[in-house]
Write a protein that binds this ligand. Structure first.
Ligand SMILES: C=C(O[C@@H]1C=C(C(=O)O)C=C[C@H]1O)C(=O)O
Length: 286
């Protein structure tokens, strides 16, 4: 019996575009399937063994670290404002104690990051409801709403009159660390069955990432055509996002795991464990 094709995840948001845009798909014809979903769906598909490799919420990696290893060199992060993870609020953030907060059902990292910021850093007590990411219905019965990805970008563009807080910025102000929102995980058994293909995939991701960061004009054009908004917004967005999984990103991420464990959101703080990429050529720009 021939072995099953490698199932590769892809986040349905523009934030991972630089890592996929220049991937040479011809190399994977008949060998891999690319599956586009929202982060929370990818988290579940990866945990269920339906997807073998791809970006997931960094929080979800910590929940399943015994089953996954991480692909080096790629992540979705920011040092300061991320530009697509916002808390929209009817009141200034420091007046949100006892508030009712609607959380997008597409996220795992940011919903727990929000809890770290409000509960651990600001000592507040909140009531949360998880909902579909629609700003209007979220705000009907809640004081604030958390959105991520393109839904957050589009809600921000509407200028609905709410206070808007960027979670990357809040995290940086409180800790001095960058934040890593998504990581590329590999199920441990896929390392055994698809090692060569994973190396090729890693090579393509790193090449695409480097090309995109050297010149983001094609990606900016693509995002502008598909989502509207100003060209200058997209330039700023892709320039601000970090896709290099550097030591500093790892330190920030492990600090986040310690904070979430402290709140009881994770059973224990987790350390980042990479795929042992024997003869991998690391082409990180940093
Ligand atoms: C930068 C972002 O990073 C992400 C946030 C995630 C989360 O909160 O779980 C997961 C994957 C990424 O899409 C974003 O969605 O805007």
């Amino acid at each position: 019996m021939s072995k099953r094709q490698l199932q590769v995840g892809q986040i349905l948001y523009t934030n991972t575009l630089p890592v996929y845009f220049y991937v040479n798909l011809d190399r994977f014809l008949g060998k891999a399937d690319f599956i586009q979903q929202y982060p929370a769906q990818l988290n579940k598909a990866m945990a269920d063994g339906i997807i073998d490799v791809g970006p997931i919420s960094s929080f979800s990696y910590a929940e399943h670290e015994d089953q996954y290893v991480l692909m080096p060199d790629v992540c979705v992060g920011a040092k300061g404002p991320v530009g697509s993870i916002f808390l929209f609020s009817k009141r200034p953030i420091d007046q949100l104690d006892q508030a009712r907060i609607a959380l997008t059902n597409t996220s795992a990292t940011s919903v727990n990051l929000l809890r770290v910021i409000l509960e651990k850093f600001k000592g507040m007590s909140l009531e949360y409801t998880t909902m579909r990411p629609d700003i209007k219905s979220m705000m009907e019965e809640h004081d604030a709403a958390l959105l991520i990805g393109d839904e957050a970008i589009l809600a921000r563009q509407q200028d609905l009159g709410y206070y808007v807080y960027d979670l990357g910025q809040l995290w940086y102000e409180h800790t001095g660390y960058p934040m890593t929102f998504a990581v590329w995980a590999i199920r441990r058994e896929a390392v055994e069955t698809h090692g060569k293909l994973l190396h090729q995939l890693h090579e393509e991701f790193v090449r695409s990432k480097n090309k995109s960061h050297a010149d983001c004009s094609e990606i900016v054009q693509y995002a502008h055509q598909h989502f509207g908004g100003d060209v200058s917004f997209w330039e700023g967005y892709f320039t601000g996002l970090i896709h290099d999984f550097t030591q500093e990103q790892i330190m920030g991420l492990e600090h986040y795991y310690a904070c979430t464990a402290d709140l009881g959101l994770l059973p224990k703080p987790v350390k980042v464990a990479f795929w042992a990429t024997d003869n991998i050529t690391t082409m990180s720009t940093s």
